[in-house]
Design a protein around this ligand. Sequence first.
Ligand code: PRX
Length: 653
Amino acid sequence: MADSGPTLSNLSTESRSFPPSEEFAAQANATEEWYARGDDDREGFWAEQADRLHWHQKWDQVLDWQPPFAKWFVNGKLNVAYNCVDRHVDDGHGEQVAFHWEGEPGDSRTITYADLKSEVSKAANALTELGVQAGDRVAIQLPMIPEAVISMLACARLGAMHSVVFGGFSPGALKARIEDAECKLLITSDGQFRRGKPAPMKENTDEAVKDTPSIEHVLVVKRTETEVPWTEGRDVWWHDVVDRQSDEHEAQAFDAEHPLFILYTSGTTGKPKGILHTSGGYLTQAAYTHHVVFDHKPGESVYWCTADIGWITGHSYIVYGPLANRATSVLYEGTPNTPHEGRHWEIVQKHGVSIYYTAPTLIRTFMKWGKEIPEKYDLSSLKVLGSVGEPINPEAWMWYRENIGHDRCPIVDTWWQTETGAIMIAPLPGVTATKPGSAMRTIPGISAEVVSEEAEPVGPGGGGYLVLDKPWPSMLRGIWGDEERYKDTYWSRFADQGYYFAGDGAKYDDDGAIWLLGRVDDVMNVSGHRISTTEVESALVSHPTVAEAAVVGASDETTGQGIVAFVILRGNAAKDGGEDAIKALRDHVSKEIGPIAKPKKILVVEELPKTRSGKIMRRLLRDVAENRDVGDVSTLADSTVMDLISSGLKDGS
Ligand code: PRX
């Protein structure tokens, strides 16, 4: 298995640098001077960015910081959906396209800002009829169809929080999220298209809400026209309830700190964290970053973020940031190779996409498919290329630059997290020189440090932990229902300094550019998706044949990391731990959490390496999974365990 991720050694040899072209710089949205402005008067800088939005009532204090609790734009009032939709129509841009939607089977829809206003208003009226009020929680599990965006905006309009759950999560995972937030309504669809064929959706969501007393209604969008089970009184069709509503709806203003959404993400324990974001600061930073990092020009740019709305990237860079900036976006329902491997480039050509934002795992997949594929299409409309979700290796970065950007488009590698809400570290196109594999520096208004174990700044050339040393507008406001976990997870590691601990390793090169090195905790990053090792371990041990399990993320050429599990089987199962048993376990994890968590490899072992205090040493298992010599075993309770594992492995891939 080749090591595709950047490491301290391969990064220190990277010396290529690409300064911005004069032509790009001359028209860029930001200038070098913004960095100093962001540092010299941080609050004033953010107040200027907040002025991009329409405020029903202006704030009277930019920041109230009672570490680790922040309030931004105190006493300001706004409506997020009004900012994303109505004001553009009021400003005379109702006919501008908000979304060019491309369905997987080849159907398409064009949605203008005027259409969006009318659809969101109708949906808000329908939600009100179904009993949804400000402060309520609404779960959404939908494919990438316009109703997904409309549902999110309808919630925002009413001041109800959405909790979007990625379609690839199992009924059990959806249920856990619905229960944690006590959602009142679930919005879903009859089915979804997957690689050209209808696949079930409502059967799964029905299983999730079988006994969730908080759910009063399930609102169902018709997408695949498949027959679905129906619970009278609870289930309602979108076309029955939404279509007949008035397209007038007065958007009420909410406090800047009014909750906007909850989005669950994996932490180091088995239980996902409900990350809470609020309104004014979040929208300010989502809009500002979309403007400067992508050099977005309203009415001119055609923007495409390929993420799913089930992830934070979809929230901030398909829905909120772009719409606040009056973007014309592509929204694509399907997979990148349906019906052929040139689908993305065909869409870029069709709509004249100028800004394309995707993940390294997909770039590496395109590399595998070959440069002949993008070569068949006209990609001359592209101006800026973005990357997000995991460290991008220099080879993938260069391939992206040469074969998609034709050496012309700046690449913006953007580092951020569900918790940060919006981009934090990225070059600014037209301003910052870029290096293949580096996210370069914090954007204006944001401050970060790389520090040692003892919280000392490491300085140029040094490596350590990435921390955020100043509050930022789109920072998470907590973990839903668990204040202690919020403090413990992010603020206890460097409590004395008051730093936010991001959980990522990073280094500075000699020029002071930042290179992200991946997670330093027990969180894996598979195709840009965060999955916790403990979550997969819990799923494995819930299977009757498994006595014990340990899971690690091992480097993978395409997906960044792949899930490798080591399991000890029980009595009889241990005797025939053959391929069938391993397949059953992989399927079991997929059923428990979702297909994204399915281990790539399961290895049956007789022992697991543990310290004297009983902690599994994943580091050693990672050595085995990545075919390396096993490192220092002196802290193991029984140092012969690793020999046993290495000699007795039954490869179950
Ligand atoms: O490890 C970092 C990695 O993804 C984590 C955040 O995952 P999530 O909350 O799911 O959000 C992903 C999309 C913003 C981070 O802790 N990560 C994200 N972007 C990058 C990255 N690692 C390196 N470079 C990036 N550009």
